[in-house]
Design a binder for this molecule. Sequence first.
Ligand SMILES: NC(=O)c1ccc[n+]([C@@H]2O[C@H](COP(=O)([O-])OP(=O)(O)OC[C@H]3O[C@@H](n4cnc5c(N)ncnc54)[C@H](OP(=O)(O)O)[C@@H]3O)[C@@H](O)[C@H]2O)c1
Length: 240
Amino acid sequence: MLPYIYLCRKETIFASRGIGLELTKQLLTNLSNVIVATCRNPPGANDLHALKDTAKGTLHIARIDVSDEDSIRDSVKVVEELLGENASIDYLYNNAAINEGNDTAFTFSSAVLMRTIQANVIGPAVMSQCYLHLLEKSQKKTIINITSGLASIGLDLGPKCATYTISKTALNMLAYKQKTERPDFTVIVLDPGWVKTVMGGEGAILEPEESVSNIIRTVTGLKHEDSGKFFQYDGGTIAW
Ligand SMILES: NC(=O)c1ccc[n+]([C@@H]2O[C@H](COP(=O)([O-])OP(=O)(O)OC[C@H]3O[C@@H](n4cnc5c(N)ncnc54)[C@H](OP(=O)(O)O)[C@@H]3O)[C@@H](O)[C@H]2O)c1
């Protein structure tokens, strides 16, 4: 998120580790960026705090647990105070997510599905609702919902990771609904690729640096007519 009115960009990201941490790191190399990086446990987010040592841009850290609606609602006042007068948000990255493991449609646990939907769908949905007024005040009005290529029905990727992919396909529909309700916004879903993080695992193909540098190039290159697209990290598009 960021008001060009101040010649800076303000963004919120979930960022304690993995792709969110790398996104914060790379965005902080730009002097004009103001980042609100959020995580469940700010005092324990050592890697995130360490970014302040080399940051050119401005880093604020705030607490949000996306599985806890109250924590999302409570964060709004905190973020408004961090951003100061005339606060606005140009880019909201809904990045936090969970994947409790590889399961299938006929074997998954309903408790796992409930937790996964709470974190991966309800969390981003409530985030977008609670921060809507700050996005509305910005020039860019952009929501990036980080999804997964596994959530594509068109790619026909088979039975694996049922709960996770059900949640991400629901996130994709959420983005479609957001885009159609607010034609003045730019709302996308974006697959970061298979990335070496805790979630992606060691066998993944991409280093976080490569995924994230491409994500930033793709997002900064977005045009309004791109709203509603299912992007790959490198700017290609994916079948829904
Ligand atoms: N890595 C891949 O190959 C891959 C592929 C496709 C899509 N993705 C997507 O990319 C995004 C980032 O994934 P990643 O690879 O960076 O995963 P990761 O290394 O497992 O990191 C997940 C991040 O989400 C945060 N998080 C989880 N539950 C949360 C909650 N309830 N509230 C707040 N934060 C929470 C974690 O915070 P804590 O440190 O507090 O746990 C952590 O910062 C996710 O949306 C994921 O689905 C990743």
